[in-house]
Design a binder for this molecule. Structure first.
Ligand code: PA5
Length: 457
């Protein structure tokens, strides 16, 4: 992998770029953060960093049995679903569910319920047969309303319509929580998300690894990619460490330049959900009201998804000519899995003839380069992560890379990247409104804001 960062610099794009001196000035701080992180990790406070070194035998064993099912349904939300969705989209066949079983390597079809949308739920129940479905309920807390609503309804339906319903569930949750108790009573197999690992940092735990293994993704390769990235991210010098450089540039873009939007733009549709995973990781970790020492800062930058080349025809106009408020990070893929040759069939049509004899891969890579050039010409800060190809190893590398970037960003911004009080608040108000006991006091805080409206027919 490579991180090209020249187009972020003042020397390349003028005053909208970051001065090399500003990066140099951050070297000392990055070195202390590096030392601090290493200390914290040694004391077991950054457990997510060690996940790629954990044994995976129980995950593989349960996954081997689970592959037999026709449908694999993941119930989870946020950090408990995005990692699996990202891995499946990147590494399985793009039309996995539509293929006959032998063409999807004998693996089950994959479905996700990551909302509590009644229409989607009912639609899915119309589509899959429950007695041919294995359900993986992933919830670290076991108390999140959306996945628990999906679970409760599936549990009821399974009990009513299938004989040995316990065989249709695998639970992935926290040690000692409500779901683990239930799993023990019901005899559901249970995989554990370690206590110290937060949802959005859990892709290398059973939360991400089990669904990936059921779907035939090479999780050993993925973990070696993550371990390889770990070895690179241990370098204390930001000029040698891509995650530290990435974090330093984004931090300076935010705090010195006031750029408060961070765009991630892979040139591959297979990486579209990696961006959703990254957006959640970035937004929930860095969007904070207070610093660690309780100063109100309301900090954070807004992550934005953009898919090349599709969004060249949607967002690029804004990126090139709109306000100077964003950085753009491309993910460039060196080798695509397929080569599609474009035939020179239309002679004499100047507008189309030029495509003949090229490949779609060439066009995709050219479009990425052209967009990068256009942005640079417009003095827009941009950088590029280049990966050799999209495989389990590079996905492990990329996901570990972004986890380290976000951790270091949290340190630079002096916020706790591992909590999410803004999410918890919404959960608690939902509990109160839905009548969960112990949350009655929250009702007093709830104001109905529906006083003013316009109605039309
Ligand atoms: O990253 C996080 O901590 C959150 O996004 C959680 O993953 C999300 O709220 C779901 O929580 P749980 O796994 O407890 O159901």
């Amino acid at each position: 992998m490579k991180l090209y960062y020249g187009n972020m610099l003042e020397s390349r794009i003028g005053g909208s770029g970051i001065a090399i001196g500003a990066i140099e000035a951050l070297e000392g701080r990055i070195k202390s953060i590096d030392a601090e992180l290493k200390r914290n990790r040694a004391e077991g406070q950054l457990q997510f960093m060690d996940l790629p070194y954990e044994p995976i035998d129980s995950i593989v064993n349960i996954a081997n049995e689970a592959q037999e099912c026709e449908n694999f349904l993941l119930i989870g939300i946020g950090g408990s679903s995005w990692g699996s969705i990202a891995l499946h989209t990147a590494l399985s066949h793009p039309y996995h569910n539509l293929l006959p079983r032998d063409k999807r390597c004998g693996r089950p079809r994959f479905f996700v319920l990551d909302n509590c949308d009644p229409d989607e739920f009912a639609g899915l129940m119309d589509t899959i047969e429950l007695d041919r479905t294995l359900i993986n309920v992933v919830s670290k807390s076991g108390a999140t309303p959306e996945p628990m609503a999906n679970f409760l309804k599936c549990y009821e339906l399974m009990k009513r319509y299938t004989g040995r319903y316990a065989e249709h569930f695998v639970i992935t949750t926290d040690e000692g929580g409500v779901l683990m108790r239930l799993a023990a009573e019901e005899g559901f197999p249970c995989l554990v998300i370690p206590k110290g690992v937060g949802g959005r940092f859990s892709v290398f735990s059973p939360a991400g690894l089990f669904p990936a293994a059921v779907l035939g993704i090479d999780i050993k390769e993925m973990l070696s990619g993550a371990r390889h990235m770990d070895s690179i991210c241990k370098k204390p010098d930001l000029w040698q460490n891509p995650a530290y450089m990435f974090a330093a540039l984004e931090y300076l873009a935010m705090t010195v330049k006031g750029y408060n939007i961070s765009v991630l733009m892979p040139y591959s549709r297979r990486l579209r959900h990696l961006v959703n995973w990254y957006m959640q990781l970035w937004a929930e970790s860095l969007g904070k009201e207070q610093t660690r020492d309780n100063k109100t800062v309301n900090t954070g930058s807004t992550p934005l998804k953009s898919i090349g080349a599709t969004d060249q025809h949607s967002l690029l106009q804004l990126f090139n000519e709109g306000p100077f408020d964003k950085t753009i990070t491309f993910i460039r893929v060196e080798n695509y899995a397929n080569k599609v040759e474009l035939p020179p069939v239309l002679h004499g049509y100047n507008e189309l003839e030029y495509l003949g004899g090229h490949t779609m891969e060439e066009l995709m890579k050219t479009e990425q380069f052209a967009t990068q050039l256009a942005l640079t010409n417009h003095r827009r800060p941009n950088k590029t992560i280049e990966i050799p190809e999209i495989d389990a190893f590079s996905m492990g590398e990329l996901m570990y890379f972004f986890e380290v970037v976000v951790t270091v960003m949290g340190e630079l911004l002096n916020v706790n990247a591992f909590d999410q009080p803004g999410v918890e608040e919404g959960k608690m108000l939902t509990y109160a409104l839905m009548g969960r006991s112990g949350y009655e006091h929250k009702i007093g805080e709830i104001m109905r804001e529906e006083g003013e409206f316009i109605e039309w027919q």
